[in-house]
Design a protein around this ligand. Structure first.
Ligand SMILES: [Zn+2]
Length: 259
C-alpha cells in the first residue's frame, strides 16, 4: 500500500514559458527544482509561479485543458478528501517498459484514490493481470509482483529515514526508526547506518534487482504491439470496475498516449 499523501496531491504550482504562457501545473518540489538550478526565475510565491529562462523542447501542455486546469484533490471514485493516494491506471510493472516519450506524459492516467477504493481496485486489477499473463504467455510472479521485494523494502526504509531527517513535519517514533535502520543493516550486511548508506539505498532500483528472466510486465509490453489499445484496456477496466464518479472532466478512455 502506498503511503498516504499528507499534502495536496496536485499542488498546482505554475510553470510559464519564456514568453509568459502557462505551460503546466506541477508540484512545488518540481518548480523549486527549476529555480534552484537557475533554469527559471521566480514570478510569484503564492501560487508559486516560475518562468523558464530557456526555451523548452516542445511546449509542455499549453493550450491543453487537462494539464493547465487545477484538478480537485478528491478520490476519483467516491469523492473522499482524506487519506488520498495516487493511483496509476496502468500499473508500474508495465509502464516502466513503455518508451520514454509515453512515460513522460502519463499524468493523464494518474488519479487520486482514497485507501479503501485503492484496495478495492487492487484485487480487480489482479484479475486483468492474470488475463494478460494468459494472453501473452507471461506468468506472474508469486504475488503478482515483478520487482524484488527485499530491495523494495530497503529502499522504502531509506526513504522514510531520509524524510525523517530532512523534513520538519515528519516524526518517526524511536522504536520504528530502529526497525527501519535494522532493515538497512540486514540488507547491506553492515553494522552502521549513516547518511551515505541511506543515500545508496535510495538509489536502489527494485525493478532492476530481479535476477533471472524477463518480468511479466516486460514480456507483456514487448508483445502488445498496439500500446494505445493496451492503455485503453486498462482505462476501460478501471472505469468499468469502479465506476468512478469524480474523474477529471477532461479524462478520456481514448486519449492518445504520449504527447
Ligand atoms: Zn474512494
Amino acid at each position: 500500500m502506498k503511503e498516504v499523501r499528507k499534502r495536496a496531491i496536485y499542488e498546482s504550482c505554475r510553470i510559464l514559458s519564456p514568453s509568459g504562457e502557462l505551460m503546466c501545473l506541477v508540484r512545488e518540489k518540481k518548480a523549486r527544482w527549476y529555480l534552484e538550478r537557475g533554469l527559471a526565475r521566480l514570478v510569484a510565491e503564492a501560487p508559486l509561479t516560475v518562468q523558464l529562462v530557456f526555451e523548452p523542447r516542445g511546449r509542455g501542455h499549453s493550450g491543453d485543458a487537462f494539464y493547465t486546469r487545477t484538478r480537485p484533490n478528491v478520490c476519483a471514485v467516491c469523492g473522499a478528501t482524506e487519506g488520498l493516494t495516487l493511483h496509476h491506471i496502468v500499473p508500474h510493472g508495465y509502464r516502466r517498459h513503455f518508451p520514454e516519450e509515453v512515460k513522460n506524459h502519463s499524468c493523464h492516467d494518474l488519479v487520486p484514490l482514497c485507501i479503501p477504493c485503492h484496495r478495492r481496485y487492487e484485487s480487480m486489477a489482479l484479475e486483468l493481470r492474470r488475463r494478460l499473463a494468459e494472453d501473452y504467455g507471461a506468468p506472474l510472479d508469486e504475488a503478482g509482483q515483478s520487482y524484488d521485494r527485499r530491495t523494495a523494502k530497503a529502499k522504502k526504509a531509506a526513504s522514510a529515514l531520509e524524510r525523517h531527517g530532512t523534513r520538519d513535519d515528519v516524526r518517526i517514533p524511536a522504536e520504528r526508526l530502529e526497525e527501519l535502520r535494522g532493515v538497512l543493516r540486514d540488507f547491506f550486511g553492515t553494522p552502521d547506518v549513516d547518511d551515505a548508506l541511506i543515500a545508496e539505498a535510495l538509489r536502489l532500483d527494485p525493478c532492476a534487482a530481479r535476477t533471472s528472466g524477463r518480468s511479466h510486465g516486460e514480456v507483456v509490453v514487448a508483445n502488445v504491439g498496439d500500446l494505445q489499445a493496451f492503455v485503453e484496456r486498462w482505462r476501460r477496466h478501471f472505469v468499468e470496475s469502479l465506476r468512478p464518479a469524480h474523474m477529471p472532466a477532461e479524462w478520456r478512455v481514448d486519449r492518445t498516449v504520449g504527447r
